[in-house]
Design a protein around this ligand. Structure first.
Ligand SMILES: Cc1cc2nc3c(=O)[nH]c(=O)nc-3n(C[C@H](O)[C@H](O)[C@H](O)COP(=O)(O)O)c2cc1C
Length: 95
């Protein structure tokens, strides 16, 4: 790693929003890396007020359809959807 700041900047410049997806399943290794990156995100008081739910089964994905506005239904084509849930105030107080 020559200059990590430059490398991160290059990655940020290269990223783009995807609106069409391949049907092949996403490898667990890739999903785990994404979840690892999300898990390491900073949060106020380090509360980490989130849960992640990985949705891949068609019937489970179908149950999310109503959550996507009509103009965002293309999200249903994604072979894997990670839902970020906010932990409840009560569960945060228990931490
Ligand atoms: C909070 C948020 C909501 C977004 N909602 C939509 C959306 O409903 N439809 C869509 O096509 N793109 C959506 N986008 C993607 C933006 O349009 C996209 O980031 C912008 O066009 C820049 O393109 P890029 O992400 O490929 O650089 C959303 C992005 C964010 C951060």
């Amino acid at each position: 790693m020559e200059n990590p700041v430059v490398e991160v900047l290059e990655i940020i410049k290269e990223r783009r929003s995807i609106r069409k997806y391949k049907t092949k399943p996403v490898e667990n290794e890739k999903i785990n890396k994404v979840l690892e990156a999300a898990r390491l995100a900073p949060s106020a008081n380090n509360q980490q007020p989130w849960h992640f739910i990985l949705v891949t089964k068609p019937e489970a994905k179908e149950s999310l359809r109503a959550a996507f506005k009509p103009e965002r239904q293309w999200l249903m084509q994604a072979p894997a959807i990670i839902c970020r849930m906010r932990r409840s105030k009560e569960s945060l107080e228990k931490k």
